[in-house]
Design a protein around this ligand. Sequence first.
Ligand code: FES
Length: 98
Amino acid sequence: MPMITFLPVNKTVEAKPNQTILEVALEHEIPLQHACGGFCACTTCHVIVKSGDDQLSEMDDTEEERLDRASGVTLHSRLGCQARIKGDVTVEVVHPEA
Ligand code: FES
């Protein structure tokens, strides 16, 4: 099973195959905002991938367009509700609390 580490809380948990980063965070009560409920309509679930970019599902056009409107976007930015976990990753949560 793939493992995912969330920063800054520094918590590592197991992900089920093909789960999104947001789904795993919610399951393990890791703070990760999701104002739109995971429908790729807000950007509050923004995370920065610290390692394992290639262990996430590819970004589709909708995610890319939505991320364009987020603040503090980097080359390693993803939306937690869209990126599915295929292998071990470490991500930093940009908006842990509302
Ligand atoms: S939860 Fe709104 S875009 Fe991911």
